[in-house]
Design a binder for this molecule. Structure first.
Ligand SMILES: [Zn+2]
Length: 269
């Protein structure tokens, strides 16, 4: 019975050939050992249109879907929770690659909100092909936050929840599509180092969402303590949104924080 192991007939090979074969047969651990400390939902992938250029870019721009999804979950946990507080109700997250307008959206499955769906536009991937990898990972982190963050029982301002990278609630509840909002900034995405190069600090209102609120939250965190965003999210687990959460955590109202932030970021320019 001939062996297929590359080293079993090594005497028949020159050293160079053996090295080449060894390299070829090196086991490739595509999925590192699971991080047991964090509860990991079942992660799934469904490609609706495999031949689309965006799908091809997805798989050939070195995006390992398993790593990317797991890393996005851990990024969210690590930014918004501790190992004691991280939510355990999300049972699965499915990433759909599909040919649609816009960038991406997240929703609970029709049968059970604990099963989350992230829908990513392969057209958007195609349009971002110069930086497809970072864009895919950034959008994935942003959408993954939607799967796990608290929303003050639906009462959190949309801009704030988008700033943290949350679900901007529609009138009746859960889902809002992100239509062509290429400037999809958010705090967690900033923290993950996956912001597009054109993002800039600034903005007119603190709760504009996306990069405006993302940078603002980052500034509060760096000025008033590194747990600010985690505590802000935690305060929205069981309670309705109350702006007094800002003075409670920082000693300043959100309007005063915004003024201080604008002054400090203007002086940096
Ligand atoms: Zn969003």
């Amino acid at each position: 019975m001939p062996s297929i192991h590359p080293n079993s007939n090594k005497q028949d090979k020159s050293p160079d050939q053996t090295d080449n074969l060894r390299e070829l047969y090196q086991p490739v651990y595509m999925v590192p050992p699971p991080t047991l400390d964090w509860p990991m939902p079942k992660l799934r992938l469904e490609v609706k249109e495999l031949a689309h250029e965006g799908s091809v870019l997805f798989f050939f721009k070195h995006v390992n879907p398993s790593d990317a999804m797991r890393d996005a979950v851990i990024s969210v946990y690590d930014t918004l929770y501790t190992k004691q507080t991280c939510p355990r109700h999300v049972r699965s997250v499915t990433l759909y690659l599909e040919n649609m307008n816009g960038v991406a959206y997240t929703k609970g499955s029709e049968l059970d909100d604990d099963h989350k769906e992230i829908h990513l536009s392969v057209r958007h991937v195609q349009n971002s092909k110069q930086r497809a990898r970072d864009e895919i990972l950034g959008v994935l982190v942003h959408e993954m936050v939607h799967c796990f963050q608290y929303n003050a029982r639906g009462s959190c301002p949309g801009g704030l929840i988008e700033g943290i990278a949350g679900v901007k609630l529609s009138v009746c509840g859960y889902e809002v599509r992100h239509q062509a909002d290429n400037d999809r900034a958010d705090y967690v995405r900033l923290k993950a180092g996956l912001s597009p190069p054109h993002w800039r600090k600034g903005g007119n209102k603190w709760d504009e969402g996306y990069q405006t609120t993302g940078f603002f939250l980052e500034w509060i965190e760096s000025t008033y303590g590194h747990d600010f965003v985690r505590k802000l999210n935690g305060a929205m687990q069981d309670y309705k949104y109350d702006p007094s959460v800002f003075p409670r955590l920082t000693g300043e109202s959100v309007d005063d924080l915004w003024k201080l932030y604008k002054t400090s970021s203007d002086s940096v320019r």
